[in-house]
Design a protein around this ligand. Structure first.
Ligand SMILES: [Zn+2]
Length: 243
């Protein structure tokens, strides 16, 4: 975290992202963790880099333990699972020190193809409900083909790129390995890091606004007055004011 994270900034991000789609929210949260003058615009960071930023933000705002509930796909028992940010980082480490996109080259369809990893900006630009969404996303990862294809990269090229994206940007995948304590089934569960963090930011913002409301009503403070008081002092005022 390069800048001090304030409650007011968290509230701003929540307000801006409230009416937006998940990819836009993920970028807002990533930008919050990245600070005001990032080396690479947050939308141009790979999904692995973006996830690393989200893990930074999670740790500084809410700590390292993420509590999740899921159902075992075999015995259907309800499981309460605690995943830590350290585990998520260690699963598929990302080199966050890099200041440019990782790229690769491959041969497919008689061409030499240069490709890059997917970014948060790609997810923002492509409607996930569109019938050709996957194809459009993969085509955005193709930087160059030699010789060039008149109609853009074909399916053979796109599938070859798709196969290599996980190796190029391992941190893009946040699936968590789980073992059911009841039937011992093991599987990999998709984990929506940005969605999880957004839900927490939303709950935090709503609680904070409720505190502003209570203290403004009792003491006649403005929102800025309330947010200018440290959380510990605010808790004291709330206790004596509301009883
Ligand atoms: Zn089970």
């Amino acid at each position: 975290m390069t800048t001090e994270l304030t409650e007011a900034r968290l509230l701003e991000v929540w307000e801006t992202g409230s009416g937006q789609e998940p990819p836009a929210r993920a970028l807002l949260l990533g930008a919050l963790a990245d600070g005001p003058e990032p080396a690479v615009p947050v939308a141009d960071r790979t999904l692995g880099d973006l996830n690393a930023l989200l893990l930074d933000l999670r740790e500084s705002c809410f700590g390292t333990a993420l509590l999740c509930a899921t159902d075992c796909p075999r015995c259907e028992e309800r499981l309460d699972v605690t995943v830590t940010t350290h585990e998520l980082r260690a699963l598929r480490p990302t080199d966050t020190a890099r200041d440019r996109q990782p790229t690769g080259t491959l041969h497919a369809d008689g061409r030499q193809v240069a490709y890059r990893a997917l970014t948060g900006g790609d997810l923002l630009a492509v409607d996930p409900a569109a019938p050709d969404a996957r194809r459009t996303l993969l085509a955005r990862c193709v930087v160059d083909t030699e010789p060039a294809a008149a109609d853009g990269p074909g399916d053979e090229v796109l599938e070859a790129v798709a196969e290599r994206l996980a190796a190029l940007d391992p941190g893009a995948d946040t699936a968590v390995p789980l073992t059911c304590p009841y039937c011992h089934h093991t599987w990999s569960a998709a984990f929506d890091l940005a969605g999880y963090l957004w839900t927490e930011v939303e709950a935090y913002a709503r609680r904070l606004l409720h505190e502003v409301h209570l203290l403004a009503r009792v003491y006649g403070w403005t929102e800025a007055d309330v947010l200018g008081v440290s959380p510990a002092r605010r808790q004291y005022y709330l206790e004596v004011a509301v009883g």
